[in-house]
Design a protein around this ligand. Structure first.
Ligand code: PLP
Length: 391
């Protein structure tokens, strides 16, 4: 079965009880048992719920895997993966990553006796040098947020010892464009809040694996800690995921057009998009991904005030956190998504105050280009008035 067919059919057989064509929202916390311990496989909805099971089967199939565990958020899914570790264990982490992941690792899990080393994962020697005898996990995010760096998943996986796990946050690429498990990773994690849900109306996460033992342990953590999505959220996510393929094709096509437009402008200092031949890792992206997704970042010429002004004056790009919905969004990473990273650390990684990030939606691209062009022109008088942003 091919990707789009799986998205619409796997886990979504007609309801055995009623024949309902669409998976019902089993809005129930508990299930009646016929005799003590005798039931239809469902007892309590933290442990298992039929709507969530349908979502888990659907999402596992999209990563070509057997198992998925759905969570109430991407961060809950990430936490469950970290729950596989024990005090004293060490994690090698890519240094350009979602700010909330950094916050979770440093402000919560570092207090539990886990240690994290952040490296530029584009540099395989740096990754190898960061490995310690107690390293149990490699945490990869690619393309990374917000600089769209690409990590060579297969190369990092080739460093892995049998007692180690490679986990990939596949939120930006989605399983439509990138399949981490086929590249040697053991776990793919998503914030389903983003492209998989796709409509900015539900928060969720998922951890997917083809390894039964890892699945059992994640499932145990899911049931023990309980960060599960409610049945209505599971249902909304499933509905969104049905159209993932068509949406991702449009997101990628619009993003490519927007990236090329921005790169053609004299008043844009730099564009980060893996689909541009000017991206330093364009060849790796072409090898590892089947498309370049809908996220891009860029730096405007001019003072920081121009970037801030620009971000709030667009018509079709809402100034907002998050990404991956059908509507276009713009954000200012240094003050929004990545505000929890200390300024010095942020700037060292290239997240300067002039950086803007776009989640390119699936509106008509002519409208998006017109909006960007008009707003660039309207803020052009601020160029050359102060220090350049790319200092
Ligand atoms: C949003 C996001 C997360 C966190 O997911 P939530 O659903 O907001 O908890 C993790 N990783 C990446 C890359 C994200 O964009």
């Amino acid at each position: 079965m091919k990707f789009s067919t799986k998205a619409i059919h796997v886990g979504q057989e007609a309801d055995p009880a009623t024949g309902a064509t669409i998976v019902p929202i089993y809005q129930t916390s508990t299930f009646t048992q016929t005799k003590v311990g005798e039931h239809k496989g469902f007892d309590y909805s933290r442990t298992v719920n039929p709507t969530r099971v349908a979502l888990e089967r659907q999402l596992a199939s999209l990563e070509e895997a057997r198992f998925a565990s759905a969570f109430s958020s991407g961060m809950a899914a990430t936490s469950a993966v970290i729950n596989l570790l024990s005090a004293g264990d060490h994690v090698v982490v890519g240094d350009d990553l979602y700010g909330g992941t950094y916050r979770l690792f440093e402000r919560i899990f570092a207090r539990y006796g886990l240690t994290f080393t952040y490296v530029d994962m584009r540099d395989l020697e740096a990754v190898a040098a960061a490995v310690q005898p107690n390293t149990r996990l490699f945490w990869i995010e690619t393309p990374s947020n917000p600089l769209l760096n690409i990590v060579d998943i297969a190369a990092v996986a080739s460093l892995r010892r049998p007692d180690q796990i490679v986990a990939v946050d596949n939120t930006f690429a989605t399983p439509y464009f990138q399949q981490p498990l086929a590249l040697g990773a053991q776990i793919a994690v998503h914030s389903t809040t983003k492209y998989i849900g796709g409509h900015s109306d539900v928060v969720g996460g998922v951890a997917i694996t083809d390894d039964r033992e890892l699945y059992e342990r994640i499932k145990f953590a899911q049931n023990a800690a309980g960060g599960v999505p409610g049945p209505h959220d599971a249902w909304l996510t499933m509905r969104g995921a049905k159209t993932l393929a068509v949406r991702m094709r449009e997101h990628a096509r619009n993003a490519q057009t927007v990236a090329e437009f921005l790169e053609s402008r004299d008043d844009v200092a730099r564009v980060y998009y893996p689909g541009l031949p000017s991206h330093p890792q364009h060849e790796l992206a072409r090898r590892q991904m089947s498309g370049f997704s809908g996220m891009l970042s860029f730096v405007l010429e001019g003072p920081v005030e121009r970037a801030l002004d620009f971000a709030s004056r667009l018509t079709y790009f809402s100034l907002a956190e998050s990404l991956g919905g059908v509507e276009s969004l713009i954000s200012h990473p240094a003050r929004m998504t990545h505000g929890s990273i200390p300024k010095e650390e942020r700037e060292r990684r290239g997240i300067t105050d002039g950086l803007l990030r776009l989640s390119v939606g699936i509106e008509d691209v002519e409208d998006l280009l017109g909006d960007l062009r008009a707003t660039l022109d309207a803020t052009a008088d601020r160029v050359d008035t102060e220090r350049p942003l790319l200092a």
